[in-house]
Design a protein around this ligand. Sequence first.
Ligand SMILES: Cc1cc2nc3c(=O)[nH]c(=O)nc-3n(C[C@H](O)[C@H](O)[C@H](O)COP(=O)(O)OP(=O)(O)OC[C@H]3O[C@@H](n4cnc5c(N)ncnc54)[C@H](O)[C@@H]3O)c2cc1C
Length: 397
Amino acid sequence: MDTYVIVGAGLTGAKAAETLRAEGFTGRVVLVGAEPDLPYERPPLSKGYLLGRDDRASVFVHDEKWYTEQDIEVVTGRRATALDRAAHEVELAGGERLGYTKLLLATGASPRRLRVPGNDLDGVHYLRRLGHADRLRDALATGGRVVVAGAGWIGLETAAAARAYGCEVTIVEPGPSPLHATLGPELGGFFTGLHRRHGVDLRLGTGVTGFDGDETVSAVLTDAGEIPADVVVVGIGARPETQLAEDAGLAVDDGVRVDSALRTEDPDIYVASAWHPGYDRPIRVEHWAAATNGGPAAARSMLGREVVYDELPYFFSDQYDAGLEFTGWFPPGGYDRVVTRGGDEAFHAFWLAGGRVVAGLHVNQWDEGLDGVRELIRSGRTVDPAELADPARPLLS
Ligand SMILES: Cc1cc2nc3c(=O)[nH]c(=O)nc-3n(C[C@H](O)[C@H](O)[C@H](O)COP(=O)(O)OP(=O)(O)OC[C@H]3O[C@@H](n4cnc5c(N)ncnc54)[C@H](O)[C@@H]3O)c2cc1C
């Protein structure tokens, strides 16, 4: 019997397993995960779950019964430690070897660590796993002074959650504006205003140099002085978990190298992060939609279906009363202007390169959403910036 092994029991892994069965695969499916829990969704960990609004059961992709019914074997709490490509085997922690016919690497990413003195003091939190969210939720519930290192998505959402708990919140960000590396400077004013209006002390152009404390953190040291802290959250990005692939001799650049059908150079090993035909380059995005679309696409490719993975990257975020969605992609600095359409608190923003829309975002514009933006990006047609900025004109005319 064919055995399809999925290493990494996150959202990608779970969605791939689900699709294998939905597409009629009757062989053995084994999902191997290093974490103790069944696959779960991470977005609630910095939103509803962190805020105590979503209960624990709601974050899981499926309950245990579903995996039994689907005849999907889930091995939790076991790390895959090596791949033997010649023998078609995965080695698990403890030495057990698991044979595979086809293998999907869905190992995701891990938080980047801040390598400064005091990083391992109690009270310094990272937010990736359910257990991290449990500990952080308990810490926020006791109130006090929270310092967030990094004004990226995780840092901003966590800051908003901490304010909801009534904590005093300071964000320390070395860049000139929030989300600078992701969105550029143009929307910096919006995110700065949003957080300052909600009482966050946002310190831009300031880097963390260390943490002070006796067992438990009591202050964050920055290049502009010391900030007292009871709780610290570090949100400085994630790095792809590529060690298994690298050790097995697979080509790794920013992530594992794959083609547009999500195949690595080994015909029996797949990764849900593709060479994007629309951009003619590999696009690795660590977003929810990349897992919900990429996992199923990888599963179909494993089954020999024709797959060309060309989904536009998509991301959503919630901060206070601002809900936003982003789609598209550009390399750092890969646009020449940003056009906005709408008011201060509900608007669209478009990133243009050579007169064409390469990415778009909306804040609280749920009626129009992103459909028109996606069509503008996919069509590649040139747009008139004045018309684009005019809310009275339809997006697509
Ligand atoms: C707090 C938080 C909030 C987020 N909010 C949003 C949001 O609002 N919107 C959005 O679009 N995206 C959001 N994301 C991003 C999104 O959830 C992730 O991109 C998504 O989880 C990716 O799923 P994945 O399965 O590919 O990878 P991961 O979630 O990283 O899962 C990979 C799994 O593989 C396991 N693993 C790794 N190596 C091994 C090994 N050798 N052996 C066995 N198991 C292994 C890991 O332990 C992990 O469980 C958020 C992420 C976080 C952390």
